[in-house]
Design a protein around this ligand. Structure first.
Ligand SMILES: *Cc1c(COP(=O)(O)O)cnc(C)c1O
Length: 243
């Protein structure tokens, strides 16, 4: 299939089967149970019809979007003939002025990175009558000024804010590491994020759970799983190149 043509149901079924097989193999290599790893299909830039095909033909249910506005359009469109059990993940930076919409639309927000945003979401949950909102803290381990994410030194004050929130619940950590062609160069970032998850999990930052690790994309999700990922965010390997 060329990158220009949109994959159809049988392409999606085959690609999803391949990605899921690789997920299972990577988990087993690391002595993990494959059911610990959830595939989030990154549908950004793709039409609602493709999400529907991925859900109906390939059985996918978790979809990742990086822009609130774009997700809103797709979610609305899919409501016409609803697909049961869809879960929407916000994987892009959340602008404060989009927070209310995000609370209405998403099941899991992967990109919390400031105390002010946590407080804002908590307030909005009260106003919107949303009893619980699960989020992950995005960590910036590379000190990339242009990227979002909390630095390690900002984590203590961030987790302190969560302790005061009844509705916004931190479930784990997320990373979007710098891009390296060579996956072995990304691996240390995955390992460090896992270390932080262990450290903060032991302090109860994720409730009773050990904490999720959202890490790994099309080119490095197998290494991420070997290093402990519980959520992998895969777009290109499922849907082809984005325009
Ligand atoms: C686009 C995106 C992905 C998916 O990337 P692929 O290389 O297409 O798998 C994963 N995570 C984030 C945060 C993204 O923005």
């Amino acid at each position: 299939m060329g990158s220009e043509s949109r994959p159809d149901g049988s392409d999606l079924r085959a690609r999803a089967a391949e990605v899921l097989a690789r997920i299972s193999a990577a988990a087993r290599r690391a002595g993990r149970d494959p059911s610990e790893v959830k595939l989030v299909a990154v549908s950004k830039t793709h039409a609602a019809a493709l999400v529907r095909a991925a859900a109906e033909a390939a059985g996918l249910r978790d979809f990742g979007e990086n822009r609130v506005q774009e997700a809103e359009g797709k979610i609305e469109e899919l409501k016409a003939v609803p697909v049961q059990g869809l879960r929407w993940h916000l994987i892009g930076h959340l602008q404060p002025n989009k927070a209310r919409k995000a609370v209405r639309l998403f099941d899991l927000i992967h990109t919390l990175d400031t105390a002010a945003l946590v407080e804002r979401l908590e307030r909005i949950c009260v106003e919107e009558g949303r009893g619980r909102l699960e989020v992950l803290v995005q960590v910036d381990l590379a000190g990339e000024a242009a990227k979002s994410g909390a630095t390690e030194s900002e984590l203590p004050s961030l987790f302190e804010v969560f302790e005061r929130c009844a509705r916004v619940r931190c479930r784990g950590l997320m990373i979007l590491p710098p891009y390296f062609e060579d996956v072995e160069k990304v691996r240390p970032f995955f390992r460090r994020l896992r270390g932080l998850r262990e450290e903060w999990g032991a302090r109860g930052a994720f409730g009773d759970a050990p904490g999720e690790l959202s890490m790994g994309m099309s080119h490095d999700y197998e290494a991420a799983i070997e290093e402990g990922a519980t959520l992998v965010r895969v777009g290109t390997a499922l849907f082809g190149e984005r325009a």
